[in-house]
Structures are given as C-alpha cells and as structure tokens.
Design a binder for this molecule. Sequence first.
Ligand code: SF4
Length: 348
Amino acid sequence: MTRSQIIEKLSLSEPVSLKNLYAEANAVKTSTIGNKVYLRGLIEFSNICGKNCYYCGIRRENQALKRYELSDEEVLAAVDFAWKNRYGSVVLQSGEQQSARFTSRITRLLHKIKAYTNNELGITLSCGEQAAAIYREWFTAGAHRYLLRIETSNRELFYKLHPNDDKHSFDARLDAIGQLRAEGYQVGTGVMIGLPFQTVEHLADDLLFFQSMNIDMVGMGPYLEHSQTPLYQHRRHLLPPEKRFELSLKMVATLRLLMPDINIAATTALQVLHPEGREMAVLAGANIIMPNMTLPEHRSYYQIYEHKPDINDDATVSKSKLEQYLRDAGITVGYGEWGDSQHFHHER
Ligand code: SF4
C-alpha cells in the first residue's frame, strides 16, 4: 500500500466502507495466520518509573500516586494463575528503572518463572529502555518477546509527548528497538491514536514505520487523557472518544492489510471507549489480548490513563468476563499456545 492509499483507508467514515475494511482485514488475518486469538496474562509488577512522559499517569513527577512493587511471591502467584488457566504467555510490565537491583531482579524472576512452569509459559517483557547487555541477559534468562512502544514515529510530535532531554530521546528509542532485534527478541512497538497535534498523515507514517522497522508485534490504541499529566491541558483539541475509537479500529485493520503475518494486540485502551472494544479489534484484524492479572489492590495505581476498566476485578473475574465476550463474538482462543509472531519466524 502506498502512503496515499493508507491515508484513504484511515479517512473512511461511511459505515459500509468501514464494515468492508474490517471484514477484509479479518479475512486476511484468517487466511495468513489463522483465526485464533492468543492470551498474554499481563502482570504490572511495579509502577515505579524514572521517566516523565507528558501523557502518562505513572510519570515520575506524579507525586499523588502511591508506588508499589510486587514481591516475587506475588508475581509467581499471577504466573501460576496464567499457567493453570492455559494462557500460554505472560507479559511482565513495569515503569522504567535501570538500577542493578531492578535488572538483576528481573533476571532472577525470569529464571524462576521458566523453572516453575517447566518452560511452558512464553514471556514478554515491557520494561523500557535498557543497555544492550541487559537485553541480552534477560533473553538468555528466558524472555523472548519485548514491547517498547515509540508512541509516535514523528520526531516533532514525539517531543510534544516527552521532555526533550537525555532520558527521553527519540534516537535512543529507535536504537533500543534495533538492539532488541539484534539480541534475538520478537520485537513489538506501538503508538497512541488520536493524540493532540496528531494528523492522519502522522498515523499513516506510523504504519509505514512499523513496516520499515520490520516489527513483529504491534500494540496501539486510542490516546486517553489523564488529569495528572501535562498533556491534559490540550484535551480541547482531541477528537471525540467515539472518533478516536473508530480511528483505532481503522489503524488495526489497515496495519493487518499492510503486514498480514505480524501479531497485533487488541489493547485495553479500546475497552475503555467501548465495552466490547477488544473483541471488535479482533474482528478487524487483531490476534492478541492481554487480560490483566494484576492484583485488584494494585490496579488503580497502574493507570497510564484514567478510567481503566475492571479496576476492582481480580484475575478470575477478568478471565470469565473476557471469555464470555469472546464466546459471544464467536472468537476462538489458542489456549496453552505461545502464539508467536509468524512474521518473526518467516523473516528468519
Ligand atoms: S509511559 Fe512508561 S516510561 Fe513513560 S512515564 Fe509512563 S511508565 Fe514511565
């Protein structure tokens, strides 16, 4: 697809055209990688972060937030739930910390999870920018996928979302994505959709960026504001929520047409704007869902955006609600399967 063809798809608004776009993307997914959706149990194990991204509720300078870090036992209890319920994989996600205490703790946890589950659970990490040696250490310890969202591929817009300093460098982000690939990970990135200052051209370029970076997995969803962040002051410039939702579905569908064999997540942010948002994204080309397994007492402290859904649910309730929705939508789950990115294996 050319840039102008992508822009054309992202600009569709007629209900029939949208329906056709989603159906086409879903058909391409089914004929390329099958119709299953794979589950990644999400464990938000720490909200301590050294960064200050302007959109994020757990940014360093949000002093109204209680900070937490799960113990190894709490992480392993969540892992046990995922394993026994045949989720196939877990995602360990946290704010960004680079201390040796933090990085060696992750290494230790990876060894423990692999041993505890007889290497049956796939492990994705989402722990921010780290030195190449740390990425290597974690890969050797058992992580094989890594999520590192760029949030926008446009340098100018990036610096409207982040401070322009050493800790928030666009180039460092790009380098980190390259290092992850060099270390052997399946690499995921993603963007926010419907940001203040963002145009449909930016979004088309984001999709072409994923293609040019040969990305294996993408997680993207609507931008949702958080009142304790600097970006909140620009909320008057936002598209209405239903338009941000529609634009997000169009992004998922168009990306599926552009990169048929990658993994695309139906993100929780979609569920904030529509109770069946994740299932709708699956029917528009997504194939990954990340059910939240964070303990209810910690969920409210891990809100990059506000109004996070199911904040009082535990993993069992989240699971049964999700399974009900998936069943109602006629979506098949690949229980007990890692659901690796086929793009990654094709490329290598
Ligand atoms: S987006 Fe990530 S790195 Fe940025 S402040 Fe939030 S948790 Fe930290």
